[in-house]
Each structure stands twice: as C-alpha cells, then as structure tokens.
Design a protein around this ligand. Structure first.
Ligand code: BG6
Length: 527
C-alpha cells in the first residue's frame, strides 16, 4: 500500500465566509472551581476564546467550591496551571505563552465564593452576588464541573433560589436576560436514573436552559462528519444498506484509569464511553439529512437514530479488563482504588443494529478500551465488494475492501482506500489510500475541544448538546447489557494484556458473520 505524500495545500475555497461574533455580556459560575476539569479544560478553553476574540467583552468568572480559596488565590493557581502548559505540545492546552492582556480580560473580574453545594445559604449568597453585577446584564451560565451526585441538588437549589428565572414576557419574546446550566457527564448511570435526573431538573428549569454536554461533539473532526455528508453530493448515494457492508467505530486509548479508580470502579468502559461519546459518533454517521443546521432539526434527526437503535442483546456485547503489560504497567486490579477482584470492564465491544430503511441489515460494531496498543478514535465504513472482477485469476472475494475512514484523533482527517493497478506489464491490483489531513490544509489553532461548546452555550445554540429524550434513549439501548453484566460475574478477567488490541472474544464477535476488525491499532495504515 502506498501512502500519499503530503503536498502543500492549495486553497480551493475563498476565505471563511462566516466569522463568529463574540457573545453578549455574561457571568459564568463554575461549580467545582478548584477541580481538575476547571483547571485542565475549562479555563484553558476560556483563555483560547479570549485569544480569538470570542469571549464576551463584559465577562465575569465566579468560582464556587468548598476549598479554602479567595479570588486571588484561585486566579494564581489557575495562572500557574496555564504556565505549566506553555510549550507542551503534547498537552491538550498547547499554548506558546500566557498573554497577560488576554489573561486579564478573562480573570480581571473574577470572584470566588466558598461554600457547600448542599447549603441553601450558598445560593442566597450567589444570588446577591449575581444581582449586583450590572455589567453582565443578568445573563448567567452555571457550569456544573462537579461529581454527578450533585447535579440534581445543585440545579434544584438554583431553581429554588430564583437563579434560573429568565422573566419571559407574556407573548414569549426573548427574555430580558438568560440563565443556562451546563451539565457534564455522566448524565445518569442507566435509563431510570437519567429519567429521574431529567425530571428533577425540568421541575425548576426549561429544556432550552439545559445544556447536557458531551465533549466529543466539541471535536472539529466530529462536527466535520456532518459537513462531509451534507455539504458534498457524492457520498449520499453510497450512504446506505445497498453500498455499505458494515461500520466500525473504535475509541481506543493508551492510558489506563490513572487516578480515577474510584469513579471507574462503579462506571466501567460501557457507561463511560458508549451511550455518550461513541453513540454521538454513530449518530453523526447514521442520521438522516436534517432540514437545516439549527438545534431542532439536527437533534431531531439524531434522536431518530437513537430511537431506531435496537436494544443490544447481551450476546452481542463483549467485555474485557486489562491485565499487566510490558514495562511494568500494572493490571487494572492493581490500580489505586480498585478492588483486587474487580469485575469492572475496561474494554467493551458491541454489535448494534439500526432498524430503519437506510440501515436495516448493516451491523455497526463499536469498541472502546483503555490501555490499548494505540490511541485512535476512528470511524471505518466498509463498502460492499465489486460485484464482479474482470481480471485474470482474481476472485472478487480476494480483493481488499474499500474503506472510508473518518479519523477523529489523533491524526485528524479522512481517508479512502481503494484498488489501483500495480504498475507493470501484467494486470495486478494494489490497495492505495487517498488521504486528507486537516493539518495539511488548516493552521493548527490552540483548541482543547471545549471552546465551541462554551461559546455555543453563551450564544444559546443547543445543536451540539443532548436533549432530555436523547440521553434517556441511549441508556435504553445498553440497558439489557448493563442488567446482564450487573448480575453475571465476568469470567477470565483480566482477559487482555495492557498494550494489546483487546480480548480475543471481541474478534469472535465479528467472526460470527465472517467479518474482522480493521487492524486500526497498528499504525493506522494497514488494510
Ligand atoms: C471521558 C471519559 O469522558 O472521555 C474518559 O470519562 C476518557 O475515561 C475520555 O478517557 C476520552 O476523551 P478524549 O477526548 O481524550 O478522547
């Protein structure tokens, strides 16, 4: 197989046709101000927004946490964190320096409120604090960067304290000010708990105020799936059961559970990745064309996919757990805060069916795991073979398949694998690849993936966020497997070595129908 040599990208299109405008004034309250998410992702993303001129001109950051901090100490700790990202190309935040003017714009008006999330007094204090802010026009974004057990109590407290009131006038015109809540994952741990959480939240807030975040939707390459499908006429005629044999979605990580043993023990790979991140990728691939790119149209088409997904049967799911690997890598059961006989899965593979006209009979294979051989998130679409091969001694069955690869990370791009004639006097075939790499065409901007999502919240655009019914439906799809796994102790754990491609049972899942995983994990270049 030959790989296309990168050529200097030529600009085929005019300069950007649309430039984003900064949102109007607002305050942003971060619950969990001292936490890891705030430091590693939210503040660097806000900094990047400020750098690109997309932070509101009047912006106030309000931190809430139990830690004994004040505004100065909080600011200093964040600044130290930002400094630690400088020059670290491997870090999510990738910055060359901390620009002090930009930093001032972001943190110039920051305040910190120490308090217990379950205490009424905290919300009264917060209300007085927000009411005093005239520069932000009363607009306020509440970001719940906290443990999921607090989601319901915090939103309920916000409601009770009157912090979610928007004062719509009677004819339903836009409110004088807006109040929005961003809720991180996990949104529930099964269908019943997701439903209960939605019910509690929607008792005090309206759906348009709730932004259920899935950070995969902030990835450029994920959003690009819609552009590829719906801004190009050539793919749509192929995009169905007539031409597609099956779809594989891989989200493989090389990291283990690191310091998150306590969280991971009760979560596992299925809950952590499948009904949220991986299903979002799947929905982008499987959705019908929306009538527009507004939230109602896009989310409606995605919900159609979730509703058409058949509930996965336990025999269509495989679980795995990593054991020790080379170079002293410890097995999952030896990790911190993990039980020595833990039955929690760190790998999952499932076969899934979508019951609609476009996808009937096309299996979707999904897999995700920790401590795999290679970090790669990729959607691989395998096309049906040519119906007949008019080449001497060539049987259609021996021709390598055509694949369309949507590479989400770390090598962001799109590749198409097809057959060509090998140069020479005899007709012989070879598989080659045509590859588009984002990096060849667009300058790499500092982007950690939360920028677009935070910007969209400030703009009130819910397109990239989950609606209540969407999360409940996705939990329904995995419910039987979760029930089954909660009662049946897994056998043979650990069943894959750290640094490998996962358990053999996952290969057997595809072998049942004569299929195999594309060997994505080696260098991404194999067939
Ligand atoms: C998180 C999961 O939601 O996504 C983690 O809790 C996982 O376990 C992470 O590592 C993967 O995200 P990304 O953006 O690093 O691929």
């Amino acid at each position: 197989m030959t790989d296309a040599k990168p050529v200097a990208a030529q600009v085929l299109t005019a300069p950007p046709r649309r430039s984003p405008k900064p949102p109007g004034p607002c305050a942003m309250v971060i619950f969990g101000a001292g936490g890891d998410l705030t430091k590693r992702l939210l503040v660097p993303a806000l900094y990047n927004l400020a750098t690109t001129g997309l932070l509101p001109e009047h912006f106030e950051l309000i931190g809430v946490d139990l830690a004994d901090l004040d505004a100065d100490k909080w600011r200093d700790s964040l600044h130290t964190m930002m400094e630690s990202f400088v020059g670290k190309t491997a870090s999510e935040s990738r910055i060359d320096k901390v620009d002090e003017d930009t930093w001032k714009h972001l943190t110039g008006h920051m305040t910190y409120i120490k308090g217990d999330l379950t205490d009424d007094g905290l919300y009264e204090k917060l209300k007085q604090h927000i009411d005093q802010k005239s520069d932000t026009g009363g607009n306020c974004l509440f970001y719940l960067a906290i443990a999921d057990r607090f989601f319901s109590p915090v939103v309920t407290h916000l409601g009770k304290a009157g912090l979610l009131e928007e004062n719509w006038d009677e004819d339903g015109k836009a409110p004088e000010h807006w109040r929005r809540v961003v809720i991180e994952k996990p949104f529930g741990h099964d269908q019943a708990s997701a439903r209960a959480l939605n019910t509690a939240i929607l008792r005090v807030a309206r759906e348009h105020q709730i932004f259920r975040i899935d950070h995969f939707l902030g990835k450029e390459t994920v959003q690009n799936i819609m552009a590829l499908r719906f801004a190009n006429g050539m793919f749509e005629p192929l995009w169905n059961r007539d031409r597609i044999d099956h779809v594989q979605i891989t989200a493989a990580e090389t990291v283990g559970v690191e310091t998150r043993g306590r969280f991971y023990e009760k979560t596992g790979a299925l809950r952590d990745m499948i009904p949220n991140h991986v299903f979002q990728l799947l929905a982008m691939v499987a959705m019908e064309p929306p009538g527009g790119f507004d939230a109602a149209a896009v989310r409606g088409r995605k919900e159609d996919v979730f509703a058409a997904m058949r509930t996965v049967a336990p025999e269509d799911a495989v679980r795995g757990q990593y054991g020790p690997g080379p170079d002293g890598v410890v097995g999952y059961r030896e990790e911190h805060d993990v039980a020595p006989d833990s039955g929690t899965e760190t790998y999952v593979a499932i076969q899934l069916a979508i019951d609609n006209w476009r996808w009937a009979g096309v299996p979707f294979y999904l897999r995700t795991g920790k401590h795999m051989s290679r970090r790669v998130t990729e959607i691989a679409i395998r096309f049906k073979p040519a119906p007949f091969a008019p080449f001497e001694n060539t049987d259609v069955g021996t021709l390598p398949p055509n694949w369309l690869l949507l590479q989400i990370q770390p090598d962001e791009g799109i590749a198409l694998q097809f057959e060509v004639k090998r140069p020479g006097p005899v007709v012989d075939l070879a598989a080659v690849r045509m590859a588009f790499k984002y990096a060849d065409w667009f300058p790499k901007e500092p982007n950690i993936g939360y920028e677009t999502l935070i910007y969209d919240v400030m703009m009130g655009d819910q397109t990239l966020f989950n609606r209540a019914d969407m999360v409940e439906e996705t939990w329904r799809v995995v419910s039987k497997v979760l029930d089954n796994w909660s009662t049946e102790t897994p056998e043979g754990f650990p069943n894959y070595a750290s640094g490998s491609d996962g358990p053999a049972e996952a290969d057997a899942l595809l072998a049942r129908t004569g299929r195999a995983w594309r060997p994505t994990m080696d260098d991404g270049k194999s067939r």
